[in-house]
Write a protein of this length. Structure first.
Length: 248
């Protein structure tokens, strides 16, 4: 009887050990260990964002004329109507201006200060004018006209007599004309221009083609170099102005 009780107790103890024994951890194969380390390394890597390309500034061309100084490519936008004739005129400045249609087509390039683009707009929508300076900075004037064609008149010398420092010329100009007046200047001197008609645009251009200053009816600039300067007289309607130019 005692032996039976002893055997029963031993059997119960063995069953209890098997029930409450800790589970055996599964073996991790070498491949699984590598995958785990790769995942951990991936999560620990710093997140880097892709470089963002710099976009040129965009400005609305809300008037018929742009007068600006830029040091980077700049886009000017304006609205156009299909079928209308457009004239873009660059009458001062050293730059390249590219015209793009609403669908992205390059319609033409203006590069010289006596150049213009004339054409019929193919679509209605927003047109872009990408202006790129040729130097570090560029001051310029671009005119935008519908149904207008600008013309350049031949250069005309300002008759400053020997020993004098100023002269006056009388002009007869039609609408949408630009009259360049030439005058010699030395570095450090100042050119002053005054027109009898305040509705005229006047500008001073250096021998290297840099726009020094512009204004309505009058302007002045200190000369950065010696040489032949251009005084640009811009008329958008028929006018007979007197232009006084002094060099001191």
């Amino acid at each position: 009887m005692k032996k039976l009780i002893l055997l029963t107790g031993m059997l119960l103890m063995m069953m209890a050990k098997s029930v409450f024994a800790s589970p055996v951890a599964p073996k991790i194969e070498l491949g699984e260990r590598m995958a785990t380390s790769e995942i951990t390394e991936t999560f620990n890597k710093p997140v880097t964002s892709a470089p963002v390309s710099k976009l040129e500034p965009i400005k609305r061309m809300s008037t018929s004329e742009i007068r600006a100084t830029i040091n980077k490519p700049t886009t000017y936008i304006f609205e156009g109507v299909k079928g209308r004739e457009l004239t873009l005129s660059l009458w001062a400045g050293q730059l390249t201006a590219e015209l793009y249609s609403p669908n992205g087509e390059n319609m033409g390039v203006i590069e010289k200060s006596d150049n213009q683009w004339i054409g019929q707009l193919p679509d209605s929508g927003i047109y872009r004018l990408l202006v790129t300076p040729k130097g570090e900075t560029s001051s310029f004037v671009i005119g935008r006209d519908f149904n207008a064609k600008w013309t350049y008149r031949p250069d005309r010398a300002i008759p400053i007599a020997f020993g004098e420092n100023e002269a006056t010329v009388k002009l007869k100009m039609s609408g949408y004309q630009i009259q360049p007046l030439t005058v010699e200047g030395k570095q450090g001197q100042t050119i002053r221009v005054t027109a009898s008609n305040k509705n005229l645009d006047v500008a001073i251009e250096s021998p290297s083609g840099q726009l020094l200053d512009q204004g309505e009816g009058q302007t002045f600039a200190q000369l950065p170099e010696s040489g032949i300067y251009k005084v640009l007289i811009v008329a958008n309607r028929p006018v007979k102005p007197s232009i006084r130019v002094s060099v001191r």
